[in-house]
Design a protein around this ligand. Structure first.
Ligand code: ATP
Ligand code: MG
Length: 424
């Protein structure tokens, strides 16, 4: 991709309404544009990151046997009246009337709809367990939308739903999802702390939130320090809670011995048994022809929030530092002297050669050296290949690592080899 043709409206100005760094950087890097409070348009740079995140999430979902679907965003109110949530959900739900005055809503979540699909098509225990997920937009009319896409009203979520024959099977699925979430976040360069979040009705460890440690997080976490170095298996039973759930009577470790950090909730998983299958009368017949109501769970990942959370956990005072796995491009080529023929030739040669194997953004714009370097640091592509008059006369270009700022002086051939040979 040539930067001269790439739609990334970067800017120097720090927008006054943006109080957290990820919000500031997403606007300055030209990733998002505000439509209304808590509602954003997503521009090409952000889309490239979103696609990478979606690919990792989808890959991890298929590994645990979950199948991708796409529910409608608009649902009939009737379905939510069956579960009893139409009234209890409150003002966060965006309620809509169509031209015939029928009652609808924009999905804030899809437990009812997943259960409805199940009851329509699954009638035998032989098809259990079943796991479905989607990656789709939600709307929640949050009382205080803030921090950009971190707490939006319209946001993208991966939401999964599982149907099991019995408690043991439901528990096994829950653990499978738990492990896969740890892997999913790890692949994005994040350490997610699983904290116990009892949803109320059912005791035990059957609801966990996944929290990224970041100063700007809205949650305060108390956790056993061993969590940071434990395997996913061990993490399931190591103590961590948010401050609002801390209870000195039941906590296994006194508060003074727990670590305290702010966290951003990027995922949340629940086991809730027959909470929806019973009221919606979604059942299968078991081997004896008796009604069996599936034991369900639901599993969310905040895809759009994750983009901001990754920036919160990986940036410096010059801009974003994308972890390689989710970076919008693998490498950027900065031609500092666009008017110089030799620089142009070398930059173009590098661009063509590396593009065969990697995603490259070639900054071919006729702007000042300072602006070019500042934009590259702002948008945070992991590697910068800097082509400048002085070094070119010595047959060299610079390869800069965005994260470490480490610069290597290499020949163009060496750089090409670095990015195109399989071992890189
Ligand atoms: P929160 O406690 O942050 O309000 P929640 O518990 O209501 O979130 P869930 O229903 O558990 O959210 O949704 C699953 C995931 O969706 C959350 O872990 C979070 O990452 C994401 N999410 C929820 N609400 C928002 C929002 N308003 N904006 C962006 N992402 C959100
Ligand atoms: Mg939650």
């Amino acid at each position: 991709m040539l930067f001269s043709q790439f739609f990334a409206p970067t800017s120097r100005d720090v927008p006054s309404e943006a109080v957290v760094i990820s919000h500031q950087l997403m606007i300055r890097a030209g990733m998002i544009s505000k439509t209304a409070s808590g509602i954003y348009c997503w521009l090409p740079l952000a889309m490239r990151v979103m696609e990478k995140i979606i690919a990792i999430v989808a890959d991890e979902q298929s590994k645990i046997g979950s199948q991708r679907v796409l529910f409608s965003t608009i649902q009939p109110a009737e379905l939510w009246k069956e579960s009893g949530r139409y009234d209890s959900y409150g003002k966060e739900m965006l309620r809509i009337r169509d031209r015939k005055d029928g009652e609808f809503l924009y999905s804030p979540t899809n437990e009812e709809q997943a259960t409805d699909i199940f009851r329509k098509y699954v009638h035998s225990y032989k098809y259990l367990p079943l796991m479905l997920y989607q990656i789709h937009w939600k709307f929640r009319d949050e009382i205080r939308p803030r921090f950009g896409v971190m707490r939006g009203r319209e946001f993208l979520m991966k939401d999964g739903y599982s149907f099991a024959r019995n408690f043991a099977e439901a528990q096994e699925i829950y653990q499978r999802v738990f492990h896969s979430y740890i892997n999913t976040f790890r692949r994005m360069g994040l350490i997610a702390i699983p904290v116990q979040a009892d949803p109320g009705a059912i005791g035990g460890n059957m609801s966990h939130e996944f929290q990224i440690l970041a100063e700007t997080g809205e949650s305060t976490l108390f956790y056993d320090g061993r969590l940071l170095n434990a395997s996913a298996e061990e993490q399931l039973s190591i103590y961590a809670v948010t401050d609002d759930r801390y209870d000195s009577q039941t906590a296994p470790i006194p508060k003074e011995e727990l670590m305290v950090s702010k966290g951003i909730e990027v995922g949340h998983i629940f086991y809730f048994g027959t909470k929806y299958s019973k009221p919606l009368d979604a059942y299968v017949l078991d081997e004896n022809g008796n009604k069996l109501y599936p034991e369900m769970g639901s599993y969310g990942i905040g895809i759009s929030r994750l983009i901001a959370a990754i920036i919160e956990s990986s940036h410096d005072n010059r801009g974003i530092i994308w972890p390689e796995a989710v970076a919008p491009f693998d490498v950027t080529i900065l031609n500092l002297h666009q008017q110089d023929e030799e620089c142009r030739d070398i930059a173009l040669k590098l661009y063509q050669a590396i593009s065969s194997k990697r995603e490259v953004l070639y900054d071919d714009r006729s702007i000042s050296v300072g602006e070019k370097l500042a934009d590259a640091d702002l948008i945070g592509i992991p590697y910068q290949i800097i082509v400048g008059q002085k070094k070119i006369r010595e047959g060299k270009v610079e390869l800069k690592n965005r994260k470490t700022s480490n610069v290597e002086l290499l020949s163009p051939e060496e750089v090409i080899k670095r990015f195109t040979s399989n071992g890189e």
